[in-house]
Design a protein around this ligand. Structure first.
Ligand code: NAP
Ligand code: F7E
Length: 376
């Protein structure tokens, strides 16, 4: 009797049930993600799995493991109940993209795969365009053919970028601000963006572009400026590095947290109507200010450690990015939850811990890999 009343007392309320159902509103759904091994791909996969989705990710074949960001959510295929499935593929291979559509049957496709480094795109413009622009087109075609063959509707998310605004024609930048790309990467993203809009208008596809401003995290690639800075802060604090070489400290960026931004990718695909949205914080600061904040968080004066190296300058720079996320707030109720101060602190804390571990290894006589000089 006592047992019964105890279990009765635990019965969830209607609100709790609704909340739980809402949290699991991806149950029975399959999503396909390109770029799942990247920063955003890893956060998005985590988010979708927490909603109950079965997540399929496309992974490039590499001679070394490239799944470090998603290993914690991946279960060995021999273990039952894994919600993450990985497939070899590449955005340059339209054959595989078509095959995966037919075998995975996803209701939602998130195209996050890219050669995403702006500086590197000047060194590899053709490859960048192949993956960023043609890759998106190949994926859109694979989806269109799949829809025609099966009669099923697929919702598509395109990872557009604030880099498309380039030499900005309006401040702040909105969905209606014209593009003025300043790099091969941005030119390729503009093509992918308009291809997405064109497929929406031509074939009535549920295809949306998220025009995301810079977003960072402890999982950010180490050659992007915020992470390059926070890695250096950690290593300098632990005595593993003396200084950090940077390029243009005057450019301004609207920096948010990747974990907040992937939620918006998903929200966009839950709308009845496909549409394009700016995703930003509405604040901008210089690279110099970010460095100052990051060093200060570790009790260091950045002026003592930051040096200029012209090799990090770009043939054409994007001086100022500042997004206006009003449409995202008004139509979807999305607001960023993490300030740039919190973001810098989160990244520095993470990288201090990483450097502490490196120091432990070094103190124990191990040689640490030195990647300085490979970055951009
Ligand atoms: P990221 O960390 O550089 O990740 C890029 C992903 O694309 C990785 O999984 C990478 O695989 C994959 N990839 C590269 N070449 C590929 C190819 N040929 N075929 C298939 N996959 C390929 O980028 P991110 O920061 O997560 O950004 C995600 C997307 O949003 C990108 O499209 C980026 O351009 C765009 N974006 C990013 C920002 C930002 O501030 N982070 C802002 C606006 C837009 P490997 O792991 O094997 O390299
Ligand atoms: O540069 C300056 C650099 O490489 C930011 C990508 O995710 O966001 C990212 O592109 C700024 C630039 O990001 C160094 O000149 C100074 O002005 O971190 P970044 P990005 O170019 O803004 C957009 C939205 C994307 O879509 C891209 O995929 O920092 N800067 N010194 C430096 N940048 C780097 N990387 N390294 C330096 O040493």
């Amino acid at each position: 009797m006592a047992k019964k009343s105890a279990s009765k007392a635990k019965a969830p309320t209607r609100e709790e049930v609704q909340k739980k159902l809402k949290a699991r509103d991806g149950v029975g759904k399959r999503a396909l993600i390109t770029g799942i091994t990247g920063q955003d791909g890893s956060y998005l996969a985590e988010f979708l799995i927490s909603k109950g989705y079965e997540v399929h990710g496309i992974v490039r074949r590499s001679s070394s493991f490239n799944t470090g960001r998603i290993d914690h959510i991946y279960l060995d295929p021999h273990v039952k109940g894994g919600k993450l499935k990985l497939h070899y593929g590449d955005l340059c291979d339209s054959n595989v993209l078509g095959k995966l559509m037919r075998t995975v049957h996803p209701q939602e496709v998130y195209n996050l795969g890219a050669q995403s480094h702006v500086r590197v795109s000047f060194d590899m413009p053709v490859f960048t365009a192949d993956i960023v622009a043609m890759g998106a087109l190949k994926l859109l075609e694979a989806i269109r053919e799949y829809q025609t063959e099966t009669g099923k509707q697929v919702r598509y998310y395109q990872a557009s970028s604030s880099e498309q605004y380039g030499k900005v024609l309006e401040v702040p930048q909105k969905e209606t601000t014209p593009f003025y790309p300043r790099s091969p990467y941005a030119c390729a993203k503009v093509m992918a963006h308009w291809a997405t809009v064109n497929y929406r208008e031509s074939y009535n596809m549920h295809a949306s572009c998220g025009i995301l401003f810079n977003h960072e995290s402890p999982r950010r690639g180490e050659t992007f400026v915020t992470r390059k800075i926070t890695r250096a802060v950690g290593r300098i604090k632990m005595g593993l590095q003396d200084k950090v070489f940077l390029g243009n400290l005057d450019s301004k960026r609207d920096w948010g947290f990747a974990g907040d931004y992937v939620k918006m990718m998903w929200m966009m695909l839950q709308q009845d109507e496909a549409d394009d949205y700016v995703v930003a914080t509405g604040r901008t600061i210089t690279v110099r200010k970010f460095a100052e904040m990051a060093f200060e968080h570790a009790g260091l004066n950045f002026k003592k450690y930051v040096e200029f190296d012209p090799r990090y300058l770009r043939p054409a720079e994007v001086d100022l990015l500042l997004g206006d996320p009003a449409k995202a707030k008004k139509k979807l109720g999305w607001v960023p939850e993490t300030s740039v101060e919190e973001l810098a602190a989160m990244m520095v804390e993470h990288d201090l811990e990483l450097a502490r571990r490196e120091k432990t290894l070094r103190d124990a006589g191990h040689k640490l890999p030195d990647s300085s000089g490979h970055d951009q």
